[in-house]
Design a protein around this ligand. Structure first.
Ligand code: OAD
Length: 264
């Protein structure tokens, strides 16, 4: 596993941002893995924040599992509709926008997200690998048929019914105990195996298997850059831990990339 260079610990943040920017500017194959933290400055709650995180207030088993849906599908439906409304009212923040700008500079840039919101797309990414699915897509819980959400269904207290088989409709997200779509995971894994830089933004990196991507990248020799206000298992092993909010750090990192490529 890659060890953080000792010097990094004593180097001021601004210098580390410029060093990381130079590494990114020289790279042609980059993977970025994002988590809930990248959307925090858009007003979307994270999962594990001790006060405002979803899992501090709600039980994941009740809201994000097949057992929870079976026990109280209405509760699950109303929670996801509330989250959908929050995302629709939110706007991409400076971090999302800087990432979209970075993607345009790198020949082979793969964006992998654990987020179910569409803020990366709205910031300008046309191809995002959503490991945990999409908040704004729906399918039948039984036959998997896609379901187009009608306006009136948003305010229903119970999940709508599938037009094909009559079973209950659910959000097209990955719940605990469910498999990720293998096509998405395989694409993320392949990109990780060939990347020169892995940029990790706003994830606690505790959910398997997404948490394995930065480790796999480091093992095959990629430089890992981690952006997070808090120290995580990834910050510990990253070549560059850029501590802070992504809406503040990413634009500075982008400026450093510009400077290293002679654009600024
Ligand atoms: P978490 O809530 O576990 O972690 C969010 C991370 O974002 C934490 O490490 C925070 O320190 C960091 N953070 C907070 N504000 C930030 C900011 N402004 N800028 C950058 N980082 C910030 O969310 P995830 O790691 O995304 O899965 O969680 C992974 C998965 O666990 C989710 O996709 C979800 C959840 O259970 C499913 O629902 C399947």
């Amino acid at each position: 596993m890659q060890k953080r260079p000792l010097a990094t610990n004593n180097v001021p943040l601004e210098t580390r941002i410029y060093q990381a920017g130079a590494v990114l500017a020289a790279a042609t194959r980059v993977v970025c893995l994002t988590g809930a933290g990248v959307s925090a400055e858009s007003g979307i709650a994270t999962f594990r924040d001790a006060k405002s995180g979803f899992w501090a207030k709600f039980n994941p088993e009740q809201l994000a599992s097949q057992a929870g849906f079976a026990a109280d599908g209405g509760l699950v439906w109303r929670w996801y509709m509330e989250r959908l409304r929050a995302v629709e009212q939110a706007q991409p923040n400076l971090g999302h926008l800087a990432l979209a700008q970075l993607a345009r500079r790198i020949a082979d840039f793969t964006l992998v997200t654990q987020n179910v919101d569409d803020l990366h797309e709205r910031a300008g990414h046309d191809h995002v690998l959503h490991l945990h699915g999409h908040l704004h897509r729906f399918r039948c819980n039984l036959c998997n048929d896609e379901h187009r959400l009608e306006m009136h269904e948003r305010n229903q207290s119970e999940p709508p019914r599938c037009a094909r088989c009559g079973d209950r409709v659910r959000p097209d997200v990955v719940w605990f105990g469910e498999m990720m779509p293998s096509r998405i995971w395989d694409a993320a894994w392949r990109a990780t195996q060939r990347c020169q830089v892995m940029l990790v933004v706003g994830t606690s990196a505790v959910v398997y298997p997404a948490s394995q991507l930065p480790l796999a990248a480091a093992q095959q020799g990629a430089t890992v850059i981690d952006i997070n206000p808090e120290c995580t298992p990834i910050s510990e092993m990253a070549a560059f831990f850029l501590q802070g909010a992504s809406g503040q750090i990413l634009p500075r990192l982008m400026a450093a990339v510009d400077q290293a490529t002679g654009i600024a």
